[in-house]
Write a protein that binds this ligand. Structure first.
Ligand SMILES: Cc1ncc(COP(=O)(O)O)c(C=O)c1O
Length: 428
C-alpha cells in the first residue's frame, strides 16, 4: 500500500483512545470530561476501558511467540470493575494480600489464575491461599516455606510455590520502589536459593514449581530487567538439573511509563529485552505488569479551590484533591502532568499546585505554569490510573473519591464516593 494511502487508512480505521483534546476540551475515548465531573463531583478518578485493553493487548502480543501468562498486578488498581475488565481480556492475577486474593475471586479469577506475592504473609493469608489451591505462592524465605509446609500437611494439601529471588540488581529507579537489592526487604538472597531448594525437595506438602523476581517499579532502563531474567533462567536450569521440577519463571512487573512525555521503552522493547534472556531455558514465563497497563489509563479530576500568592514570582493553586487521593508526588516525588480540562488562552501563572490537607508536603506539582486558574476551574492530573485510588486514605476525615469507567462511549460509575456514614460505620 502506498505510504500516504496507508496513513489515510490508519487515520480512519484506528480509533483514538485515552485522554486527548477535541478542540479546547479534554476527553476520554471521545467523551468530554467536564460533564462527567459535573455529574459525579470531584475529586474523581476516570478510566479509559479502551486504553486498558490496548495496553494489556500490547504486552500479550509482544510476548505472543513464547509461552507466557500475564498476571495483572492488582496492587496497581484493584477496583472490581477494572479487575473484571482485565479478566475479560484474558489476564490472570497477581495478589499481594488476602484482600487482593478475595477481590480477584470476586472479579471472577479462578484460584489457578492467581499468584500470591508478599513479604509478610500472615498465617491466615497462607491458610486461605493453601485452601484455595492457587497457582503459586511466591515465597520470601525458608521460614515461610516451613510455615506453608506445616499448614499444608495439617490439611493434607499439596502446595505449589515459587521462590522469590533477590538478585541484588539495581533497577535504577526511585529508591522507594526499588526491590531487587540486597538492602531491600524482598526475596531470598541469590546465594542462598540452592540450599533452600535442596531442603525443600524433601518436604511432603510443598513443591517448588517456579522462580520469581521483581526488582522494582517504574523501570525505564531495560538492562537490569534483562540481567535479572538471565540470572533467574540460569539458576532455574541449575535447579532443574539437580531435580527441582521448575515449570515457570515469574519475571515480576516493573516496566515504566512516561509521566512527562519523554520516550520510554514499548511493550515490544520489553519483550525484546526479556525473551532472549529466557528463550533457551524453555521455561514458561509469568509477567506481573501493573503500572504499564493502568497508569496512562486513568486521570484524577480536581477543581481549583483557591489561588493565593506565595511571593512576587509564584502562587499557590489549591486543589480539592491532594495526598489523600494521589499520594505519589508526596511519597516518591513523582511527577504528574496537570492539564486544564478546558484550555483557555490566558496569562501564565507560575505556581505550586497543592492539596487541601494539613501537611506542607501535600503537593501535586511543584513549579508549574497554569493559565490564570480560577476557583472552580477543572483540572486533570494525568497518568494517575496506577497506584492512585488504591493508595487513597481518609486522613483529615476525607472521603474516598468516586471512580468512573468510560467504556464504548458511556461513562459508568464503578465506585461511588464514600460517605461519612460509610466511614463512621466502622466505629463503635
Ligand atoms: C511482586 C510485584 N509484582 C508486580 C508488581 C507490579 O509492578 P509494576 O506496577 O511496576 O508493573 C509489583 C509492584 O511493585 C510487585 O511488588
Amino acid at each position: 500500500m502506498r505510504r500516504d494511502l496507508l496513513s489515510y487508512t490508519l487515520l480512519f480505521t484506528t480509533p483514538v483512545t485515552g485522554f486527548y483534546r477535541q478542540g479546547a476540551s479534554l476527553v476520554c475515548d471521545g467523551v468530554p470530561l467536564a460533564p462527567i465531573a459535573a455529574g459525579h463531583g470531584t475529586p474523581l478518578y476516570v478510566y479509559s476501558a479502551a486504553t486498558i485493553a490496548a495496553r494489556y493487548r500490547a504486552i500479550d502480543e509482544a510476548f505472543a511467540a513464547y509461552p507466557h501468562s500475564i498476571h495483572y498486578a492488582l496492587k496497581a488498581n484493584s477496583t472490581l470493575a477494572i479487575a473484571r475488565l482485565l479478566r475479560g481480556l484474558g489476564s490472570s492475577a497477581d495478589a499481594n494480600s488476602g484482600g487482593e486474593i478475595d477481590v480477584a475471586l470476586r472479579a471472577g479469577f479462578t484460584p489457578s489464575q492467581i499468584v500470591f506475592t508478599g513479604v509478610g504473609k500472615t498465617p491466615a493469608e497462607l491458610t486461605h491461599a493453601i485452601a484455595l489451591g492457587i497457582k503459586a505462592i511466591n515465597v520470601e524465605s525458608s521460614g515461610e516455606i516451613q510455615r506453608i509446609e506445616a499448614i499444608a500437611s495439617a490439611r493434607g494439601a499439596r502446595v505449589t510455590i515459587a521462590l522469590r529471588i533477590n538478585p541484588d540488581i539495581d533497577a535504577r529507579t526511585h529508591a522507594h520502589i526499588s526491590t531487587g537489592l540486597k538492602t531491600n526487604k524482598f526475596g531470598i538472597p541469590f546465594e542462598r536459593v540452592k540450599a533452600i531448594a535442596r531442603d525443600a525437595r524433601h518436604l511432603a506438602s510443598v513443591q517448588i514449581v517456579g522462580l520469581h523476581n521483581h526488582i522494582g517499579s517504574q523501570i525505564t532502563d531495560l538492562r537490569p530487567l534483562t540481567d535479572a531474567a538471565r540470572a533467574l533462567a540460569q539458576l532455574a536450569r541449575e535447579l532443574r538439573d539437580e531435580g527441582t521440577p521448575i515449570e515457570h519463571l515469574d519475571l515480576g512487573g516493573g516496566l515504566g511509563v512516561s509521566y512527562d512525555g519523554s520516550p520510554v521503552p514499548s511493550a515490544q522493547d520489553y519483550a525484546s529485552a526479556l525473551l532472549p534472556a529466557v528463550r533457551d531455558s524453555g521455561f514458561a514465563i509469568v509477567l506481573e505488569p501493573g503500572r504499564q497497563i493502568m497508569a496512562p489509563a486513568g486521570i484524577l479530576l480536581t477543581r481549583v479551590v483557591d489561588v493565593k500568592p506565595q511571593d512576587e514570582r509564584k502562587s499557590f493553586v489549591v486543589m480539592d484533591a491532594g495526598m489523600t487521593e494521589l499520594i505519589r508526588p508526596m511519597l516518591y516525588n513523582a511527577f504528574h502532568r496537570i492539564e486544564p480540562v478546558v484550555e483557555r488562552d490566558q496569562p501564565a501563572l507560575a505556581a505550586d499546585v497543592v492539596g487541601p490537607l494539613c501537611e506542607s508536603s501535600d503537593t501535586l506539582g511543584k513549579d508549574r505554569t497554569l493559565r490564570n486558574p480560577q476557583p472552580g476551574d477543572l483540572y486533570a492530573i494525568m497518568d494517575a490510573g496506577a497506584y492512585g485510588s488504591v493508595m487513597a486514605s481518609n486522613y483529615n476525615r476525607r472521603l474516598l473519591p468516586a471512580e468512573v469507567l468510560v467504556d464504548e462511549g458511556a461513562a459508568r460509575l464503578i465506585r461511588r464516593r464514600q460517605t461519612l456514614d460509610d466511614l463512621l460505620a466502622l466505629e463503635v
